[in-house]
Design a protein around this ligand. Structure first.
Ligand code: IMP
Ligand code: MG
Length: 187
């Protein structure tokens, strides 16, 4: 990784998949939908570290019902562009989830391993309900675990993307668009 300033349209991306404006519009639509569905509920958003941090902070501010949020941690990639097949839980939640209505907030639904492991973890805390909201849904991914996803930002092709929280080797999370990473960066 060179130390030069990152510009989303520079040679690191082959193309922009979703612009900052497209993401903002979709996140505010999701916020409105969740607001309507959770009017009479006791909502807690649980984001998955670290990729969902940017999405969680925007989504929370697009939701108009009172709610709290927390983060839990899972790690499966470890500096590559394909899942290692093993999900390690790196952080449990600290907010009390008993009898709460939880929405798990994830950056991307790929093999499904991470969401499966996190939903299993959260169920132990005995929430009243658990739903999943993912910003991105890889439609043709090699799915290992099917998880019911209620809220989806964008259905996308099976490509390796970065930006808006998503990383390659911990970089590119700060891009405000989502783009396809040039394979020459990782090959
Ligand atoms: P899964 O467990 O295979 O569903 O992978 C989910 C996790 O892998 C996500 O939380 C992301 O952090 C990461 N991931 C999956 N696809 C991509 C991608 O295209 N770019 C960056 N990270 C990804
Ligand atoms: Mg990641």
């Amino acid at each position: 990784m060179s130390k030069k300033m990152l510009n989303p349209l520079d040679s690191h991306l082959t193309r922009v998949l979703y612009s900052r404006e497209q993401i903002q519009k979709r996140v505010s639509d999701l916020g409105r939908e969740i607001t309507e569905d959770y009017m009479d509920k006791d909502l807690v958003l649980v984001g998955i570290l670290r990729g969902a941090m940017v999405f969680l902070s925007d989504l929370s501010r697009a939701i108009a019902v009172p709610h709290s949020w927390d983060m839990c941690g899972a790690s499966s990639y470890g500096g590559t562009t394909s899942s290692s097949g093993h999900v390690q839980i790196t952080k449990d939640v600290e907010v009390d989830l008993r009898d709460k209505d939880v929405i798990v907030v994830e950056d991307i639904y790929d093999s499904g391993r991470t969401l499966r492991a996190i939903c299993d973890l959260l169920r132990v805390h005995q929430p009243r309900s658990i739903e999943v909201c993912t910003l991105l849904y890889k439609e043709k991914a090699k799915r290992v675990s099917e998880v019911a996803v209620k809220y989806v930002g964008f259905y996308m092709p099976d490509e390796f993307i970065v930006g808006y929280g998503l990383d390659y080797n911990e970089y590119y999370r700060n891009l405000d668009c989502i783009g396809v990473l040039d394979p020459k960066i990782y090959s």
